[in-house]
Design a protein around this ligand. Structure first.
Ligand SMILES: Nc1ncnc2c1ncn2[C@@H]1O[C@H](COP(=O)(O)OP(=O)(O)OP(=O)(O)O)[C@@H](O)[C@H]1O
Length: 239
C-alpha cells in the first residue's frame, strides 16, 4: 500500500552560519493509510519541525516530502496551500480557532476557502462535528466552550472533507486526562477509518494509541518500534 505521507532523507537547518541549528538530519519516515504513528523525543529533538514540514507549513533544506504521492516541493506555494486544505488536517496544541466564528463556521471555513459552496460546507462541518460528538454545540462560539470542547472543534476542522493525513502536535496539551484520552480515541478512530495520522507526544500512554512509535533525538530517528515497547522508548538514557 502506498504511504499517505513519505519523508525521504529530510534535513532542516534553522538560522544562518555560524549560528545555524540542524533541527532534522536525514529523516526518512512514512505513514500509511489506517496507521497512526507517534513521534516522541526530548525537547528540541525536532518533533515540531518534522510535523510542520510534513504538513507543508515549512519546507526542508534538503530531501523530499510527498503527500498522497505528490512531491510538495513541486507544487509551489499555492499548490501546497491547496493540498493543506484538501488532504491535510493539522491539530495544533493551542486549538487555533477563530473566536468570532461559531463551531460550525470554524469547521466549514477550510472547505469554503477551497471553493465549496456555503451550504455544502456547513453540511460537511455539521457531519464532522457529529463525528466528534459535539453537534449540539454547533452554534456556539469558542469562548463559550471548555478546552476539551474547543479541541473537538479543532479535530472536526482537521478531518472535515475526508482528509487523508491528520497531523497532531501535542493535541491533548492542557486537557485533563479523561478529555485527552477522548481526543486520542477520535484520532485513532479516524485512522481506523483509513486516514494516516502522525501524533507528536511526550507521553508514553498517549503513544500507546499508535501503531508505531518513531523516536527522535538531535534531529535523527534513533529508534522505531511498535507501541508495545513504548515504555522502553520513554527512557532512552537508561538503555
Ligand atoms: N525558527 C527557528 N529558528 C531557529 N532555531 C529553531 C527554530 N525552530 C526550531 N529551532 C531549533 O530546532 C531544534 C528542533 O526544534 P523543534 O521545535 O522541532 O523541537 P521539538 O522536539 O518539537 O521540541 P519541543 O518538544 O520542546 O516542542 C531546536 O534546537 C530548536 O531550538
Amino acid at each position: 500500500m502506498n504511504p499517505v505521507l513519505q519523508l525521504t532523507d529530510v534535513t532542516r537547518t534553522h538560522g544562518i552560519a555560524p549560528h545555524e541549528v540542524l533541527a532534522l538530519r536525514g529523516v526518512s519516515f512514512a505513514a500509511h493509510p489506517g496507521e497512526l504513528v507517534a513521534v516522541m523525543g526530548p525537547s528540541g529533538s525536532g518533533k515540531s519541525t518534522l510535523l510542520t514540514i510534513a504538513g507543508g507549513l515549512d519546507q526542508p533544506t534538503s530531501g523530499e516530502v510527498s503527500v498522497e504521492g505528490v512531491d510538495l516541493a513541486r507544487l509551489g506555494q499555492q499548490g501546497r496551500a491547496r493540498m493543506r486544505r484538501t488532504s491535510i488536517g493539522y491539530v495544533f496544541q493551542g486549538f487555533n480557532l477563530i473566536p468570532a466564528l461559531t463551531a460550525t463556521e470554524n469547521v466549514a471555513l477550510p472547505r469554503e476557502l477551497d471553493g465549496i459552496g456555503p451550504r455544502q460546507a456547513r453540511a460537511e462541518a455539521r457531519r464532522a462535528l457529529a463525528e466528534v460528538g459535539i453537534l449540539d454545540l454547533a452554534d456556539r462560539f469558542p469562548d463559550n466552550m471548555s478546552g476539551g470542547q474547543q479541541q473537538r472543534v479543532a479535530i472536526a476542522r482537521a478531518v472535515v472533507g475526508e482528509r487523508r493525513l491528520i497531523l497532531a502536535d501535542e493535541p491533548t496539551g492542557a486537557l485533563d486526562t479523561e478529555t485527552g484520552e477522548g481526543i486520542l480515541q477520535l484520532l485513532r478512530a479516524r485512522c481506523d477509518a483509513g486516514a494516516a495520522g502522525v501524533l507528536v507526544t511526550h507521553e508514553a500512554r498517549h503513544a500507546a494509541w499508535a501503531d508505531r512509535v518513531v523516536f527522535l533525538r538531535d534531529g535523527v530517528v534513533v529508534d522505531e518500534t511498535g507501541a508495545d515497547r513504548v515504555d522502553v522508548l520513554t527512557e532512552p538514557a537508561a538503555r
